[in-house]
Design a protein around this ligand. Sequence first.
Ligand code: DAH
Length: 338
Amino acid sequence: MRERLENLQQEALKELEGSSTKESVLQVKAKYLGRKGEIASLLKELGSLPPEERKTAGEAINLAKNRLEEDIEKLLKGFEDKEKAEKLSKEKVDITLPGRTISLGRAHPVSQVMAQIEEIFSGLGFDIAEGPEVELDYYNFEALNLPKNHPARDMQDTFYINDEVLLRTHTSPVQIRVMENRKPPLRVIAPGTVYRRDSDITHTPMFHQVEGFMVDKGVTFSNLKGILTLFLHRLFGENTAIRFRPSFFPFTEPSAEIDIRCVICKGSGCRVCKGSGWLEILGAGMIHPEVLKAVKYDPEEYTGFAFGLGIERIAMLKFGIDDLRLFFENDLRFLRQF
Ligand code: DAH
């Protein structure tokens, strides 16, 4: 019996050594350790041994069985580990693969210029105010010293909704609304959308303006000049030449238009500045006493200056854009450039 057990052990070990797959190990396992396997049949034969030998023989068989079990489990575990490692390496995620980029939007050039202007004036202590785009004739014209049938109303081609209601043609009505509700000292800018019945390469029916004004005791034309010069230098660069020209607006007296040296040709004359070397940028002036009276300010006590500018025009000059309509066509090939 002992001899048979030893032979059996050796054979089993040899067979295991020759097993190169999990399947063949499992076959060896069944052959020796299975219910009808070699070890089981040896155990069955124990009964035929003389009783005094049964115990030692039984122990020897069990010891051999345990060893064999251990060896087989070790081998099987080796195969399983290998399988797992192979599977993992196949399933490995390649983290060097570039991800899908999320394309970010950008601020529209008009919004960018608007934001820059707001930043400059905020730094000078100006508040930002807004007013309605559907406006009363009173705020858009009458309170700004443009009575009904005044010829200067022709300067702005108006979309009327009815006799009293219109789409605002400029941001100047916000001056009136703010002054009606607040007392000086006031330093305010009012950016927003305005509408005019006009459409060609240099005009669109909707565009943007920024209005600004300052009212207090003793505000003079030199305050206007100082603040607007500083503003234009911040916006276009410190070395930009500036000139003030006398002009006319019904809501200011005296009135001025302010030009900068042409940013395209630097003054030598080109298509953009129509050969003059200068670009008109701002309308401005000292707020007319009639306007102050309309908001019940005493023109003897308070004075102020006001100004207005078109945003699209500034954006065209800053970014070198030659067709106003590009701003409103929403063509991404255009918008992505800013
Ligand atoms: N409202 C004028 C326009 O749309 C611009 C303007 C000129 C505004 C002079 C002002 C100003 O406040 O003082 O053409």
